[in-house]
Ligand binder design. Structure first.
Ligand code: HEC
Ligand code: HEC
Length: 380
């Protein structure tokens, strides 16, 4: 009864604010005034995103780690591989629906898609360039790029800067919109049979006993499954608990010597686990990471900023144990007050996993099913 009422209300809310451009379940697309989207700019960004000449080895592009066929991640790697198979410290987050994120990277150290896009080229464990000059040389000589930058930005070869390069990439990324999952059809579209009974039980746990929705937010007319904030949920930092003072002081010493935050957190495990602290300098932020979206999550295993949890079932066990991998392990001193043991039964955990699998957009259903068949998400 209550559920029906909620569905009716949310259908009405959706009808009032539906945006023609975004799929069911997503809000209106925010487009920065200084970077309007045009088909030619999006096509240019698409080419730049997939161009592996922008790395020292000529083998790594943005799409190496954010691959369309893998839900814009590099699943099943736990931490990304850049040039020469060098690995960083962090799991590649999806660029799906990144148009709506308010900060970028697991610790939010970048404020916009445009800003974010300049960093991977120079990161020594990603694309490894010393400066952006090799990119600007390629776009000044490749005839397709010359024509595109002239058409989109009115710039002649040699006049193009990283500002135009990153704006085109960001415009392309803003087209990676995925909604219209079975959850969306049920919750926002009013299709009562879009979810199974078990998935509806999982949704109820997500909203109530599991308290998942307090961080993975569902609004009245859309759902991004993130609160855009940072929380310590006991991943990564649990392994370095007795080394936190050492991690803090060596990170601060590195910064004092002029080290870049971007480079340091992606190349040193200890620094990476400091989380949001590396950006804010606040002790409350130790081990805190950005709440990720859960859309298409069934297609993007493994999970968490360090890729340390292999399946959605393992994620659920971690939450059920109150923020530790093995029941009874000590929690870390900076754990979010929102994380406590949940006492869910095995059946409830299975229902929650099924619900998360229903957040898959139609484009990724086949992929998510393949992952399920290989045992990646299995609820058993
Ligand atoms: C070697 C693998 C690799 C390459 C190449 C790479 N990325 Fe990433 N990307 C990552 C990882 C790992 C992170 C998370 C890093 C962190 O949080 O510190 C990330 C984060 C991001 C984010 C932030 C997502 C979020 O949830 O905040 C965006 C957007 C992004 N990358 C786009 C790009 C673009 C554009 C390029 C090319 C210019 C690129 N990436 C190249 C691995 C890669
Ligand atoms: C206090 C806020 C908070 C609560 C409550 C919470 N989460 Fe999370 N969730 C996060 C944060 C932050 C991360 C990333 C943590 C990290 O990488 O260290 C995360 C990560 C995840 C991931 C991994 C996604 C990925 O792409 O790697 C899944 C799945 C997930 N949460 C599901 C749930 C479920 C299901 C619940 C309820 C049982 C829940 N969360 C409750 C904040 C929260």
């Amino acid at each position: 009864m209550l559920r029906k009422l909620v569905v009716v209300l949310s259908v009405a809310a959706f009808a009032a604010s539906a945006s023609a451009s975004a799929p069911l379940g997503l809000p209106e697309l925010p487009i920065p005034e200084d970077n309007p989207m045009t088909p030619a700019k999006i096509a240019l960004g698409d080419k730049l995103f997939h161009d592996d000449r922008f790395s020292t080895t000529g083998e790594v592009s943005c799409s190496t780690c954010h691959e369309r066929d893998k839900g814009f991640t590099d699943s099943p790697l736990s931490t990304s591989e850049g040039i020469l198979s060098l690995t960083g410290t962090r799991n590649s987050p999806t660029t799906t629906n990144a148009a709506y994120f308010r900060t970028f990277f697991w610790d939010g150290r970048s404020p916009s898609l445009e800003d974010q896009a300049q960093h991977p080229f120079l990161n020594p464990v990603e694309m490894g360039l010393m400066t952006h000059d090799p990119i600007l040389e390629i776009v000044a000589t490749d005839s397709e790029y010359v024509a595109a930058f002239r058409e989109v930005f009115g710039k002649e070869p040699g006049e193009v800067t990283m500002d135009e390069v990153t704006r085109a990439i960001a415009a392309f990324e803003r087209t990676l919109l995925f909604g219209n999952s079975r959850f969306d059809r049920y919750w926002f579209g009013g299709e009562e049979d879009a979810l199974s009974e078990a998935e509806i039980r999982g949704l109820d746990l997500f909203l109530n006993e599991g308290r998942c929705v307090s961080c993975h937010v569902i609004e009245h007319d859309h759902a991004l499954f993130t609160d855009h904030r940072f929380h310590n949920i006991g991943v990564g930092i649990n392994d370095i608990q007795d080394r936190i003072p050492e991690a803090v002081s060596s990170f601060l010493a590195a910064l004092a010597r002029g080290a870049e935050v971007d480079e340091t957190v992606l190349s040193e495990k200890l620094a990476s686990e400091l989380g949001r602290f590396a950006v804010s300098g606040m002790f409350d932020d130790l081990g805190a990471f950005k709440t990720p979206t859960l859309r298409n999550v069934a297609a993007t295993a493994p999970y968490m900023h360090d890729g340390s949890l292999a399946t959605l079932k393992e994620v659920m066990d971690h939450y059920n144990n109150g923020g530790v991998t093995n029941e009874g392990d000590p929690v870390n001193d900076f754990l979010s007050s929102g994380i406590r043991p949940l006492d869910l039964t095995d059946e409830q955990i299975a229902d929650l996993v099924l619900f998360m699998e229903a957040l898959t957009s139609p484009e990724y259903e086949a992929l998510a099913e393949a992952a399920d068949a290989s045992g990646l998400n299995s609820a058993e």
